[in-house]
Design a protein around this ligand. Structure first.
Ligand code: UDP
Length: 380
């Protein structure tokens, strides 16, 4: 059992990973500023993990799980703040349970379009945030880190599938910040002995926990295909716009490597165990399924799995998009015995279970906990 700090642990991928770690018997401390996450997500995680006694102890502190220290602690805090980070580390040290053993760093901004309009904000949160985190880990003697990187680093490439050795050629500020942090972590690992670091390059994480209790809850209009499609299905958006029908793919629409968020969460659990069991090392791993699906294949699978019809229209290509992006996931299997286990149909079923039960995301939960606000009639 380890005590693990999750930055950004109240967000989409962080909350699912938190559940996987609690179920594996780890203690978890989450620091999140709630800019794109919610305490409600972790209240539900604690419920799914069977932890008793979710309670708010201060305006910025929640705990769950009987005993001292709690099995799950949530602190409101900013990764750029040394004070907030020290507080998270000291929380455990004060309990005398040996402190934080490892950090999973999810906190960051991730919208490509937004990063082009607000590059400084992206460099500040993503890069300065990582610098502050590494400094805090140094102060508290923690040298095990799993970093949320992205396949966006590979830029626009014709290579299918993409191995980790492919050149890094980001094409927007978001991608550059991920590349900068990867570089910084490699420099840190080379400068000081003892670091255990995994850089996990995610392809397209989608879906939700099968219970429908936790899932993706984007702020405003979703940029990404899957949450947008779910909101169309729920009646929140009129129709899906398919960005380009003339790509050099089988049906002319873009092809991506969609992976179920529970597979991704389990990948983090596996990365943590792998780092802890082996000598210090820096691992760089793609996390994807190795299979590509087009936009229209995803639409059809969602319709067939859930008995719905999704209105859509094919429109112009989106600037900066590529035709195909599919992982070569063999290194992840070789190094940590991980591969995706869930299908596109599982993704569509679980994503819809979440969206249909929570059409307004976590925001609707105060009004009608666990109940759908919009009734969608399945089409037979
Ligand atoms: N896409 C689309 N309509 C949307 C959002 C995305 O047709 O409203 C397409 C996009 O062109 C790409 C695929 O869906 O081919 C996945 O896009 P997403 O933004 O989800 O991920 P990324 O571009 O980062 O792979």
């Amino acid at each position: 059992m380890a005590t693990v700090l999750l930055t950004g642990g109240a967000g989409f991928i962080g909350s699912h990973t938190c559940l996987v770690l609690l179920e594996a018997g780890h203690r978890v401390v989450v620091v999140d500023d709630f800019s794109n996450g919610s305490p409600e997500a972790l209240r539900r995680v604690s419920e799914l993990a069977g932890l008793e006694g979710w309670r708010q102890l201060a305006p910025d502190r929640w705990v769950a799980g009987d005993g001292q220290p709690a099995l799950l602690t949530l602190l409101k805090g900013d990764v750029r703040s040394p004070r907030d980070l020290d507080r998270a580390f000291e929380d455990r040290e004060a309990m005398g349970d040996g402190g934080i053993d490892a950090v999973l760093h999810f906190a960051g901004l991730k919208a490509v379009g937004e990063s082009m309009g607000q590059p400084l904000r992206y460099w500040d949160v993503n890069v300065v945030g990582a610098v502050r985190l590494l400094e805090a880990m140094g102060r508290h003697g923690c040298q095990t880190l799993v970093f949320s990187s992205s396949a966006t680093l590979y830029g626009i490439t014709d290579r299918v599938p993409i191995p980790e050795t492919a050149p890094l050629q980001p094409i927007n500020p978001y991608g550059y910040t991920k590349a900068a942090v990867e570089r910084m972590l490699a420099d840190v690992a080379a400068s000081t002995a003892g670091w255990r670091i995994a850089l996990l390059r995610y392809f397209n994480p989608v879906g939700a926990h099968p219970s429908g209790r936790i899932g993706e809850d984007p702020n405003g209009v979703p940029n990404n295909l899957f949450p947008f499609l779910c909101q169309v299905a729920a009646g929140r958006r009129q129709r899906l716009e398919v960005f380009g029908g003339d790509w050099p793919t089988a049906d002319g629409t873009g092809v991506r490597d969609y992976l179920h968020v529970m597979d991704l969460a389990e990948g983090h659990g596996r990365a943590l165990e792998t780092l802890q069991a082996a000598p210090p090392q820096l691992l760089t791993l793609n996390l994807g399924s190795g299979r590509g699906h087009s936009v229209l294949e995803l639409v059809r699978s969602f319709e067939a799995t859930n008995g719905l019809t999704l209105p859509y229209a094919v429109v112009e290509r989106r600037p900066g998009d590529s035709a195909i992006s599919v992982a070569d996931p063999r290194e992840a299997e070789r190094h940590m015995g991980w591969r995706t286990r869930r299908s596109l149909a599982d993704i569509c079923r679980d994503g819809w279970a979440w969206q249909s039960a929570n059409p307004e995301g976590y925001r609707g939960s105060d009004r009608q906990p666990g109940r759908s606000l919009i009734q969608v009639q399945p089409v037979s």
